[in-house]
Design a protein. Structure first.
Length: 212
């Protein structure tokens, strides 16, 4: 992604973050996982796909394979007009509607010391070709009680080298660094310019239960 394009994305995200913090949309769907680990809110007209549905597809769209970081709980969602698992197979850089996922992963003892900010940033989104990903901007993020990690804006370029997109990510580990929690959503730049306020609000509605 060219430097001036990337700067424009960050300005756009900054403006949307300020807007999203001003208040919530009352017309929402609240997702709570069955083990009381986390919750988040989506607009009523978005589609939610639970793990039993997603497990019918291999590989699972928008849930990247991270080796020693095994998914133990995940859901995906999109903002398409119709509910269809194929919506999640679109490259986020070209998707005309928001796509995203919340994933909780178990971290193996062997991988614990290898966990990086870069890995945390890509833990809850997938792209068709990792080589098409561009520079990641990250900053510290915490839920308190040592549930700490990063927030990130990730610029994407599709395989055609032209289409660009943006993913907004939050990711934290538990105090023992045995679990990795992540939440992300994004779409093409055109979509993000239109739907960015809802995307940011959905990601920032995410709460991890730090007292579990």
């Amino acid at each position: 992604m060219r430097a001036h394009s990337r700067s424009a994305i960050l300005v756009l995200v900054g403006a949307m973050l300020l807007t999203a913090c001003g208040g919530g949309d009352p017309d929402i769907t609240v997702y709570r996982d069955t083990e009381n680990r986390s919750l988040f809110e989506l607009p009523k007209d978005w589609n939610l796909y639970r793990a039993d549905e997603l497990s019918q597809i291999a590989p699972v769209p928008f849930v990247p394979d991270l080796g020693g970081y095994r998914p133990i709980s995940f859901v995906a969602f999109d903002g398409a007009a119709g509910r269809d698992l194929n919506n999640l197979s679109l490259d986020a850089a070209t998707s005309p509607f928001p796509v995203g996922a919340q994933i909780i992963r178990q971290i193996s003892p062997e991988e614990k010391d290898l966990l990086s900010r870069r890995l945390m940033a890509v833990s809850a989104y997938d792209i068709t070709d990792p080589g098409q990903g561009v520079e990641i901007d990250t900053w510290d993020f915490t839920f308190g009680r040592d549930f700490e990690g990063i927030a990130a804006t990730v610029g994407l370029t599709a395989q055609d080298g032209q289409s660009q997109g943006l993913v907004y990510v939050l990711a934290v580990t538990n105090p023992e660094a045995t679990e990795l929690y992540s939440m992300a959503a994004g779409c093409s730049l055109e979509c993000f310019a239109r739907e960015g306020e809802q995307i940011v609000a959905a990601v920032e509605s995410w709460i991890v239960n730090t007292r579990r």
